[in-house]
Design a protein around this ligand. Structure first.
Ligand code: CA
Ligand code: CA
Ligand code: CA
Length: 246
């Protein structure tokens, strides 16, 4: 009897070792499988990103520092009164938004277009109003847009040129609509009036053509949101007196 009992105990021990080693294999297999599936997920994300947008947001030259004083409100090294002579914005160190501060920018009021969007997905935006005069307050570039899609939109930026009808002089500006998210179905009005204390208000250069030329002006606007094909439209300013500076 004792011999039989010892045999059964030995048999149970052998079975236990067998199952334990089997379990070890079983726990290893899913771990290997999860690593295999994780790899293509990362690759597909990278592919999507590079395929939809190549937009570049310029940033100020890190080798330059700003030194704000009473006479130089934006700290770009050009006194406020001299900015008027230069035709640059005394409230903004980088008037044209190209990433180079006014003092060292060879063309401080002419930015190259940095919007390099490759997406062909239509931007679900309708421009319901765009004006550069007859504003409710002091005249400035003002754009009202409606999100006609079913998703919230963000990542807006705009590039616009201003051309003088008589002299042919031209300026070009790039502006990022920082902090602007437009919910599906909603409208928003953006202003270029230097009133940066209010939401949806951005900088506008009243020392440039818009504020100094009495000739008719054409604004060619390129509006973009990340992942969508940009839309373009034109706004005209009639011949008349120059707008009030600042
Ligand atoms: Ca300045
Ligand atoms: Ca400036
Ligand atoms: Ca600049």
């Amino acid at each position: 009897m004792l011999k039989e009992k010892l045999k059964r105990i030995w048999f149970v021990m052998v079975l236990s070792v067998f199952f334990m080693s089997g379990c070890a294999v079983a726990t290893t297999t899913p771990s290997t499988a999860s690593q295999t599936t994780a790899e293509p997920t990362v690759i597909s994300v990278q592919t999507d990103n590079s395929g939809t947008t190549e937009n570049i947001t310029p940033s100020p030259n890190p080798s330059e520092t700003l030194n704000v004083t009473a006479d130089d409100q934006d700290g770009d090294g050009i006194p406020d009164v001299v900015e008027k002579t230069y035709g640059t914005n005394p409230y903004l160190a980088d008037t044209d938004g190209d990433g180079v501060y006014d003092k060292t920018d060879e063309k401080p009021v002419f930015a190259e277009n940095p919007i390099k969007e490759t997406s062909t997905t239509p931007l679900p935006i309708t421009i319901t109003d765009a004006r550069v005069e007859d504003n409710a307050t002091a005249d400035h570039l003002e754009i009202t847009m409606k999100n006609t899609g079913s998703s919230d939109l963000s990542g807006f930026d705009v590039y616009f040129t201003i051309t003088d009808h008589v002299t042919g002089a031209a300026e070009a500006y790039y502006v990022v609509f920082a902090g602007l998210t437009l919910p599906a179905g909603a409208s928003a009005t953006v202003h270029f009036d230097n009133d940066a204390t209010q939401a949806n208000h951005y900088y506008g250069n009243m020392n440039g053509l818009y504020g100094t030329s009495a000739n008719g002006l054409t604004f060619d606007v390129l509006l973009h949101a990340a992942g969508y094909q940009p839309i373009s439209f034109t706004v005209e300013k009639a011949q008349g007196t120059a707008e009030v500076a600042d």
